[in-house]
Design a protein around this ligand. Structure first.
Ligand code: ATP
Length: 870
């Protein structure tokens, strides 16, 4: 204890202040402003130097000790901060709260912002085309509450439901950070795994009374009825905790969070988390893979792109809003001139949604204010075009756009066109706005002219040809004379500084003008600041109107994008019906068709499913035939239609689907320590427990992860279950290698067999990719092995074994048949065992002995020797 106190005494006052502030933000990396630098100390410095690649040094901490130090200039904050945040750090920015000029001793400092991965306004941290969500999860006894906030746009949503629903939402919105209560750590770990950056808050925060009050206080309402969340107790707890977290992280200006909405589960298609992943809607499962959004998102504005992502993970399931979107897309599709007109203006809108949030929190800079002006200016013609259109939804949208003319006029009248980013650089407010400002500006300009004249006059008078008037912070304006002319300096000049090659002087006249100029500049800055802040204040009156404009423009942008893509990729308008049937003619896979090599055409296929005669289709066919592609394209076409997009087909009639489940491919979860089969069964169980009458179920190779007989049995019983379900007749596509499952169609009326056709020419397989009625005779695994370049003896031997096994098709005799397996006759030759011998053999047989010259023969021989490694 005594020693500790001893250390405290010896610590420098600065480090003492640092330690006190650091202690208040233990989990955060502290950027501590010292003069023109942000410094980090100790562990933080070690971390920062690694992440930022900056020098790590040591600083004496009084007599106490040394401490690690790493820092960077304050003006580089925008460069370094995003790197620290992206590396998963919470960063506390500690600024000087007083002007060091006015203080004797240590400057007052405090944390002005805590930037976390989920809470940021910084353009360098944010991705323009993505929302940056902070999520909060409350673990109730039976249901969980969840909220999402994008601080950069003000969007705030909440919901509650089962664990699988919460998991699905987390997957859909993929938040950058998730908060929960300390007590829920174990449960949180279970669902969040290591997929998200997390933070746990004190348990008392997650209480209904406290969080309810927090929300009503923030929105200034008596209750939460107007937001439709009054009864969502768990949702409220999670949402209120977000407001607490904002305060904790010093985000006090949050006027732009002007409402909260309920994620209306009943309005959207249920996509379980496996489906979102498997169908690759917004993220691809493989590196370099292309998700559907890359094809559909041709939006122009960042907020359009963000909205498109939401539409992708929340497809609609009510006919009316789907039709409304489709009608607009159709209208755009048929009106190229009108669409071009809107696109032309959308290009100048920029990120209106984030700009207006910056206005609300007082973080907008003059350059961004000009961007806001451009956005408002280009919104007007869009409003006009929509109004003149012949589509009622677009007319309605036009009515909802606010012109914000007063604000636009004001910015145009007052703000310089080329205003700089930083207020203190000046040149923000136009001339003619304020008489006093004009006067000072004039004075500063004439003052500067005066100095130029003074320099010329004195050069002539003294004959000092190199004389120049310059300025620095220490002595203000001075006259500089090189040593060669030193003897010509008049007596009345007062020497201020001697350099190696020159001397610096001041004169009373110079000082008099300096005062005038500096005074004028200070005043100008103050006046410009006053006007700019007033402008920001005026703009802040328009926050909710402009937020609404941004939403409408984003909607128009998304619908336009659908029409552009439809035209480019030859999609057709789907018919949406409240029926139980699903009919697709010449359907294609929207992503694969864009990726085929030039010259290859995607083979379209028809699909028909309903609840009565053809509820389940068993699709057989060899590997690589196109079964998975067919399954996925069916789901993607349904989802695209329900998002309001045209679809890759020549005709489609979509009886609305309310849930899509997929179990596609044996997952790659092996790396996470789960067995493929276990994953497969967990995913399948979750499908079977959540069926509905309007579900679309895709099952691909169920049972592949275990032995053949296990696999067939499980697949068989799953199909039976789906067929015989007492309540729900889920439409199902079941792709399988097991041609044995074709038997099911004979016993169950609503099951039909189809196969993806292949042609066998000699002992080769040609993929036709066409779906045909009927089952398959046998599997084609051996052909595929051959195609993959498997050595010939293996292929021949495998055919022999299969022939033997197939002789007795009875399933209950496998063991005996395996025991009786005939011995292999195939000798593995050198050529078969080593591919380089095979290549050498091919090279030899390509030589035409009759035409090759002796020299060429020698060269060839040398090549072959090299190939064999000699
Ligand atoms: N209709 C089609 N037209 C053109 N190419 C197609 C078509 N369907 C699939 N393909 C191509 O064939 C490849 C294999 O298709 P897919 O993965 O669907 O086969 P599969 O039958 O599911 O095979 P596996 O059983 O091995 O998973 C696809 O990546 C695609 O390039």
């Amino acid at each position: 204890m005594a020693k500790e106190r001893d250390n405290e005494v010896k610590e420098t006052p600065l480090m003492k202040q640092y330690n006190a502030i650091k202690a208040k933000h233990p989990g955060a990396l502290l950027l501590f402003r010292v003069g023109d630098f942000y410094e980090t100390f100790g562990e933080d410095a070690i971390k920062a130097s690694k992440v930022l690649d900056i020098v790590l040094t040591k600083r004496a901490n009084g007599a106490a000790s040394h401490i690690e130090l790493a820092g960077f200039p304050h003006h580089s904050l925008d460069t370094y901060l995003p790197k620290l945040v992206r590396a998963g750090n919470r960063v506390a920015i500690c600024d000087q709260l007083e002007d060091p000029k006015d203080v004797k001793g240590i400057v007052k400092r405090g944390v002005t912002e805590l930037v976390t991965p989920g809470l940021s306004f910084n353009d360098n941290v944010l991705d323009k085309r993505k929302n940056n969500y902070l999520a909060s999860v409350y673990f109730g006894k039976e249901t969980l509450g969840i909220s999402f906030l994008d601080l950069s746009t003000g969007e705030f949503m909440c919901s509650e439901g089962s664990q699988s629903y919460i998991e699905k939402l987390l997957q859909s919105f993929s938040p950058s950070e998730v908060i929960y209560s300390k007590a829920a750590r174990a449960k949180a770990q279970e669902i969040l795994k290591d997929q998200f950056t997390t933070f746990h808050c004190e348990d008392w925060v997650f209480q209904l009374d406290y969080t309810y009050d927090k929300l009503t206080e923030h929105f200034g309402t008596a209750n939460l009825k107007g937001f439709g969340i009054e009864t969502l107790e768990h949702g409220i707890i999670s949402a209120g905790a977000i407001l607490y977290y904002l305060e904790e992280t010093e985000h006090k200006e949050v006027k732009h969070i002007s409402s909260i909405s309920r994620i209306a589960e009943e309005k959207y298609v249920w996509l379980d988390k496996f489906t979102i992943r498997n169908l690759e809607l917004v993220y691809s499962q493989q590196d370099g893979g292309v998700p559907l959004i890359n094809i559909l998102d041709q939006t122009i504005t960042p907020m359009g792109s963000r909205m498109m992502k939401k539409w992708m993970v929340l497809p609609l399931k009510e006919k009316e809003p789907i039709e409304e979107r489709l009608k607009v897309v159709d209208y755009f599709f048929e009106s190229p001139d009108l669409s071009e007109g809107i696109l032309g203006h959308l290009k100048h809108i920029g990120d209106l949604e984030r700009l207006i949030s910056k206005v609300a929190v007082g973080r907008i800079n003059p350059r961004e204010m000009n961007q806001l002006k451009r956005a408002l200016k280009n919104t007007l013609p869009i409003k006009e075009i929509l109004k003149e259109s012949k589509n009622s939804s677009l007319k309605k949208l036009s009515d909802q756009i606010s012109s914000c003319e007063f604000l636009l006029d004001k910015i145009e009248r007052e703000l310089q066109e080329d205003a700089p980013m930083l207020i203190h650089q000046g040149g923000i407010i136009k001339s003619g706005v304020d008489d006093e400002l004009d006067e000072y500006r004039n004075l500063a300009n004439t003052g500067k002219d005066y100095l130029v004249a003074l320099q010329q006059r004195e050069t002539q008078r003294t004959g000092i040809s190199s004389l120049k008037v310059a300025f620095n912070k220490v002595f203000g304006y001075y006259l500089e004379v090189t040593n060669a002319h030193k003897d010509k300096v008049p007596q009345e000049w007062i020497r201020k500084q001697t350099l190696v090659n020159a001397e610096r002087y001041i004169t009373p006249e110079l000082k008099e003008y300096e005062e005038k100029i500096l005074n004028a500049e200070d005043r100008m800055l103050a006046i410009e600041q006053k006007y700019f802040l007033a402008l920001v204040l005026d703009a802040s009156e328009y926050v909710s109107q402009i937020q609404q404009n941004a939403r409408i423009l984003a909607t128009v942008d998304c619908l336009l994008s659908f029409s552009v893509v439809a035209k480019k990729n030859n999609y057709c308008r789907p018919k949406i019906a409240e029926t139980d049937s699903l009919e697709i003619k010449d359907g294609r896979h929207p992503v694969i068709e864009r990726q085929l090599p030039i010259g290859e055409e995607y083979v379209p296929n028809d699909i028909y499913l309903d609840n009565e005669s053809q509820q389940i289709i068993i699709i057989t066919g060899p590997n690589m035939a196109g079964k998975s592609a067919l399954l996925r394209q069916t789901a993607l076409i349904v989802l695209m239609a329900q998002m309001g997009s045209f679809v890759p087909a020549s005709y489609s009639r979509i009886g609305i689907i309310d849930k899509v489940f997929t179990r596609v491919g044996a997952s790659d979860n092996l790396s996470k320590g789960e067995s493929t089969f276990m994953v497969e069964m967990t995913e399948t169980a979750s499908i079977l427990n959540n069926l509905s009458d309007r579900s679309l179920v895709l099952m691909d190779e169920i049972g592949r992860g275990t032995s053949t007989y296990d696999g067939i049995s499980i697949a068989w019983s799953i199909v039976e279950f789906l067929h015989n379900h007492p309540k729900f007749r889920a439409k199902t596509l079941f792709a399988t290698h097991y041609h044995e499952l074709n038997q099911l169609a004979e016993d169950f009326p609503k099951i039909k067999n189809f196969n993806v056709s292949v042609k066998e020419v000699g002992n080769k397989v040609i993929f036709m990719r066409k779906l045909k009625e009927g089952g398959s005779e046998h599997s084609f695994g051996i052909h595929v092995a051959q195609m993959a370049g498997m050595p010939n003896p293996i292929v021949l031997r495998a055919s022999e074994i299969m022939g033997h096994l197939e002789k007795d098709k009875e399933m209950n005799a496998p063991k005996d048949r395996i025991k009786d397996m005939p011995k292999s006759n195939y000798q593995l030759s050198l050529f078969d065992a080593d591919p380089k011998f095979k290549e050498a053999q091919e090279m030899l047989s390509a030589i035409d002995i009759n035409t090759i010259s002796p020299i060429e023969a020698l060269i060839k021989l040398n090549e072959i020797k090299k190939k064999l490694g000699n």
